[in-house]
Design a protein around this ligand. Structure first.
Ligand SMILES: [Zn+2]
Length: 354
């Protein structure tokens, strides 16, 4: 197996960062939900930069200011906020509990879409891997804005978004600051890609995949939910970090799927759109070809078993300088560029649907 080491000594990075205390403080710092000064309220929602250099969201709805967007929120904060959204958007948003984690936490999916039955659907999850905090943070900024593109995408699709696919692991990383010793974790199920074959059989390894395929109840709930609607789902996206990759199937083999041309083409066009926002460069292709092969990834399952043609894994910023410790100031740019890419992918698919 070939591999590339992105960070050889993460503790050393933490110790010798230009101003380590600043970055770590920023990573764990308080909410960005700064209340904008009076007079700054606008009808349309937009990211704005506050006087202190922080970002906040201009909106007439107070809940956005208290929202978990733009920061590394706790699982409770995320779920509380998800429950709030339908109060403001009763026609567009619904929160669905699709199951429970091992420790009894709700797996909350937010469904966003204009009314209509049996619409084509798109699934997005984040947080399968607990320490990849940028993934849930990005998943939360779903379809933000009121422009024509967002309207079209909400009219065309039902979006099912699960920001935290592994709540127990996410809570654990928040409560124990797991990043400093990122290969340790409490139980096997925290850090794993759970969908099929194990990458590692050692329970204390960060790539431990569980005792057997579908040994974890989170995975079973997610898989069943998707399978029951498999004909509706047109795209599956799993958000991870880091490396700046838009990955196409397969993970487990270098062999290409039959429809690879089209799947890769959509990835390339989406990455072009993503890059156009902040000039962040991404690679596209299958993990087996551009990084290393790995069994048991959720997007292999989504394509191979659930039959979702456009199944992708996105490895978000960065390329290893901060790695899992991506400072807070990058959250909003990552959200903006990633959603530009995802929206572009969804638009690309429309041609095929109708
Ligand atoms: Zn991951």
């Amino acid at each position: 197996m070939t591999y590339e080491v992105l960070i050889s000594d993460i503790q050393n990075l933490i110790n010798h960062e230009d101003d380590p205390s600043d970055d770590i403080d920023e990573f764990f710092s308080a909410p960005l939900g700064v209340t904008p000064p009076k007079g700054r309220r606008r009808r349309s929602a937009n990211w704005s930069r506050g006087s202190g250099g922080d970002y906040y969201i201009d909106d007439e709805l107070d809940f956005y200011w208290l929202s978990p967007m733009g920061r590394y929120a706790t699982h409770d904060e995320i779920n509380t906020w998800l429950r709030t959204i339908p109060n403001y958007q009763p026609d567009l948003a619904r929160v669905i509990d699709i199951g429970y984690s091992f420790e009894g936490r709700n797996l909350k999916v937010i469904k966003i879409g204009s009314p209509g039955s049996n619409k084509p659907a798109i699934w997005i999850d984040g947080g399968f891997h607990a320490r990849e905090w940028i993934a849930p943070a990005t998943a939360l900024v779903a379809l933000y804005g009121e422009d024509d593109v967002v309207t079209r995408l909400v009219n065309t699709y039902d979006w099912f978004i699960l920001p935290v696919a592994n709540p127990d692991g996410y809570v654990y990383t928040h409560e124990t600051i797991m990043f400093y010793r990122s290969t340790n974790h409490k139980t096997g199920h925290c850090e794993s890609n759970l969908f099929a074959r194990c990458r590692s059989s050692r329970p204390c390894s960060s790539t431990y995949a569980g005792e057997r395929p579908f040994s974890e109840m989170e995975t079973i709930s997610i898989a069943n939910y998707i399978l029951r609607r498999r004909t509706r789902f047109k795209m599956y996206i799993s958000l991870h970090s880091y490396s700046q990759l838009w990955l196409t199937p397969w993970s487990y083999t270098r062999k290409e799927p039959n429809d690879n041309d089209r799947v890769l083409r959509v990835a390339n066009i989406s990455v072009e759109a993503l890059t156009s926002v902040y000039n962040t460069s991404y690679l596209t292709g299958s993990p087996a070809v551009i990084i290393y092969s790995a069994g048991g990834t959720s997007f292999d399952w989504a394509k191979g078993v659930a039959g979702i043609k456009y199944s992708y894994t996105l490895e978000l910023r960065d390329r290893g300088h901060y790695g899992f410790l991506l400072p807070r100031r990058y959250i909003v740019p990552v959200c903006e560029e990633t959603w530009q890419g995802i929206k572009t992918a969804a638009l690309q698919l429309i041609d095929e649907l109708f």
